[in-house]
Design a protein around this ligand. Structure first.
Ligand code: ADP
Length: 468
């Protein structure tokens, strides 16, 4: 998984944000509910204490304390309702409720409230059984002026049990919420970013050879639609510029061919003219050589522009690549003999491919020509043609100068020549391998180069076998 991808980062944000919001709102909800419930319990205890004070204590001097106790038992039934009720006058306790039925606390253990307590107050008492009693107390004055302290309390247990239950639900709810929001976020992100994936795939496919293709535009009306639209306009501009430059090379090389042929002819005549003196003839010969070189470059450029225009397809046929390579090697062996280089050919079995034979012959010529040029005298060149796994493999291997590793990726570029060689004075314009690559591309073939400086080079052409 790519942790730096937009979808991953969005999902992490989504999970983090949803758990953050859930935890925060959970804490807020829990604490306000706790506050509200506690307040409610306090207020109802206080209300009861005031009721007792107002209804039973005002005339206590006339009714008597036993009447008060009876009335409290009758109306409030503290033992049954787990309540604590205590009425004190000065230091003496007028009434104290009994222990509740479940014995959760003992009223006798609740410490006496100091006389300095405020008119209205609250306090909590923790029983030995870890039960919390919330007690509200009020001071009240009877008709005869006597001061009474009424305290009413109840257990916080039910409230705490409910809050614990809620806490548990929140804790277990957190992973559920995170999973649901992350899954929802994942679906949303995947849907939103789906066009990015198809745009990337289409963009990967577009090269200089298929600049007429365009990126898919999903009619979503969002930023991605605008991006794809802008990229398509950029590709269209690139296509235009590319076509213009191709057209320029094609036109220029075409226009240069005729004047160069005339120039060559004229110079050749001059070289052969016996009435001219030797020095002029020598200069004319050097100009003739340059004119030949120039017209070779122009021919190569013209061939490249025709290949770019896709004209190679016109003369396709099925033929034996092995036989053609063998003949070409024989024809070129004369050139190799000048440098005492031997060309061995391993192409016994016929290998039938489909294509333009003259163009594919050009591939073999260019590869062999380079091998001869860049192999010192007495070197060796091997040419092999085999059929392997539905493909024809054509290999040209030499034990020549080799190509430096940093130059190897560029040898198929137009006008590229390895510097060391350029200074070595070997003739060439850096177009031979570009032509090889263009012919291969037109035939659905690939060409690769391997090389070690000082040991030699190996060029491998992989071409689909004929299906007929
Ligand atoms: P050139 O006309 O210069 O030979 P190419 O396009 O045929 O142009 O080759 C490009 C460069 O690749 C050459 O200049 C040379 O440096 C290098 N090269 C090609 N073939 C070989 C080879 N068999 N051995 C060593 N270097 C080679």
């Amino acid at each position: 998984m790519n942790t730096r991808s937009i979808s991953f980062r969005l999902l992490v944000w989504c999970a983090g944000l949803s758990s953050g919001i859930f935890i925060l709102s959970g804490i807020l909800f829990y604490s306000s509910l706790q506050h509200f419930l506690k307040n409610d319990v306090r207020e109802s205890q206080e209300r009861r204490a005031r009721q007792i004070a107002d209804t039973l204590l005002t005339h206590v001097n006339q009714t008597g304390s036993s009447y008060v106790a009876e009335e409290i038992e009758k109306f409030y039934a503290p033992e049954i309702n787990d309540r604590f009720i205590r009425i004190t006058r000065g230091d003496s306790v007028l009434y104290l409720s009994g222990a509740p039925n479940d014995q959760s606390f003992d009223p006798k253990e609740v410490p006496a409230t100091p006389t300095t307590a405020k008119d209205e107050f609250y306090q909590t008492f923790q029983s030995p059984g870890k039960k919390t009693l919330l007690i509200a107390g009020i001071h009240s004055q009877a008709q005869d002026g006597a001061e009474y302290l009424v305290e009413v309390g109840t257990l916080l247990d039910p409230m705490e049990t409910m809050l614990n239950h809620l806490l548990l639900q929140l804790v277990f709810g957190l992973p559920v919420v995170v999973v649901i929001t992350t899954a929802g976020g994942y679906l949303l992100v995947r849907q939103a970013l789906a066009p990015v994936e198809s745009i990337t795939r289409a963009a990967e496919r577009i090269t200089q050879h298929n600049l007429s293709e365009r990126l898919p535009i999903s009619k979503t009306g969002d930023e991605l639609e605008r991006l794809a639209f802008s990229l398509n306009r950029m590709i269209a501009r690139l296509d235009d510029a590319f076509q213009n430059s191709k057209r320029f090379v094609a036109d220029a090389s075409h226009e240069l061919r005729t004047p160069l042929t005339i120039l060559r002819g004229e110079l050749e005549n001059l070289v052969e003219a016996s009435r001219l003196d030797a020095e002029v003839r020598e200069r004319a010969a050097s100009m003739f050589e340059e004119a030949i070189r120039l017209s070779r470059i122009v021919e190569q450029l013209f061939m490249l522009s025709r290949l770019d225009a896709g004209e190679a397809q016109a003369e396709w046929s099925s033929f034996d690549l092995a036989g053609m390579a063998k003949n070409t090697a024989e024809q070129m062996s004369l050139l190799a003999e000048d440098k005492n280089i031997s060309i061995t050919c391993d192409a016994k079995q016929a290998v039938i491919v489909e294509g333009d034979p003259s163009r594919l012959k050009q591939v073999v010529v260019n590869l062999l020509d380079n091998a001869i040029k860049y192999t010192p005298p007495n070197g060796q060149i091997e040419l092999r043609v085999h059929a392997v796994n539905g493909h024809a493999l054509l290999e040209v291997e030499d034990n020549g100068t080799g190509i430096p590793a940093e130059a190897l990726p560029h040898v198929f570029d137009r006008f590229y020549r390895v510097d060391q060689i350029r200074s070595g004075g070997i003739e060439g314009a850096g177009l031979g391998l570009s032509i090889v690559e263009s012919i291969c591309a037109a035939h659905g073939a690939s060409v690769e180069a391997e090389s070690t400086v000082g040991k030699g080079s190996r060029f491998l052409v992989k071409l689909p076998l004929s299906r007929n």
